[in-house]
Ligand binder design. Structure first.
Ligand SMILES: [Zn+2]
Ligand SMILES: [Zn+2]
Length: 207
């Protein structure tokens, strides 16, 4: 049994996802802001956090990382192509997000096709560059759940006009997501949930 809690955080209303198994082992995806709000959500369900994982490096998705991992320590994971610039001045979005604080260390270098197990949470890394060079999705094959950050949205896809963005590369990443089972639930970095099937039918970017 997998439990999912969405905590909407920060000025850009990022979906921070808390995912846990029946023994309360949790991962936290994209702690973008509001560390106190995330901490409260973790504590009110009595969870023990195995890892904080980033779908990509943009400041709106990572700005509470140093803070929350200080309050509740756990391993940190990001793709190396985004780790390079995520904690530099280049990643500030004034006036909303100053340069994200650097966490003590990155424990997990997330790469395509890795499989991870945290408690009874079993998931794969799907490399989906295009919105950023180091964008990844977290896919739970048994439960058919996809946490896709800003790669895919209900009815839309990630912008590619920011530094490191590439529309052709993103199109290729979306092609990979189209191979997933249609019933796969899609949990994006902003906005409402969807399914792969619904997006293939209705989303221009998935044509
Ligand atoms: Zn982004
Ligand atoms: Zn975003």
């Amino acid at each position: 049994m997998i439990n999912i809690k969405k905590v909407v955080v920060g000025a850009f209303e990022v979906n921070c996802w808390i995912v846990w198994d029946e023994s309360n082992n949790a991962i936290v995806i994209d702690p973008g802001a509001d560390a106190n709000k995330i901490e409260k959500a973790i504590e009110e369900s009595g969870l023990s956090v195995a890892a904080y994982l980033l779908t990509h490096g943009h400041a709106d998705h990572i700005s509470a990382l140093a803070d929350i991992s200080h309050k509740i320590p756990a391993e940190l994971g990001i793709h190396p192509n985004d780790a390079k610039w995520a904690f530099t001045p280049q990643n500030s979005i004034p006036p909303f997000y100053p340069q994200p604080a650097t966490p003590e260390k990155i424990d997990r270098s997330l790469e395509d096709k890795q499989t991870w197990q945290d408690g009874n949470l079993n998931y794969e890394i799907i490399d989906t560059p295009g919105h950023t060079p180091g964008g990844v999705c977290f896919y739970f094959p048994a439960e058919k759940l996809l946490f896709c950050g800003d790669t895919l949205f209900k009815g839309s896809a990630g912008r590619t006009d920011l530094p490191g963005g590439d529309s052709r590369v993103l199109a290729n990443s979306l092609k990979k997501l189209k191979q997933l089972p249609g019933e796969t639930k899609v949990y994006s970095g902003h906005g409402p949930d969807s399914t792969i099937e619904h997006e293939i039918k209705t989303n221009f970017f998935m044509k």
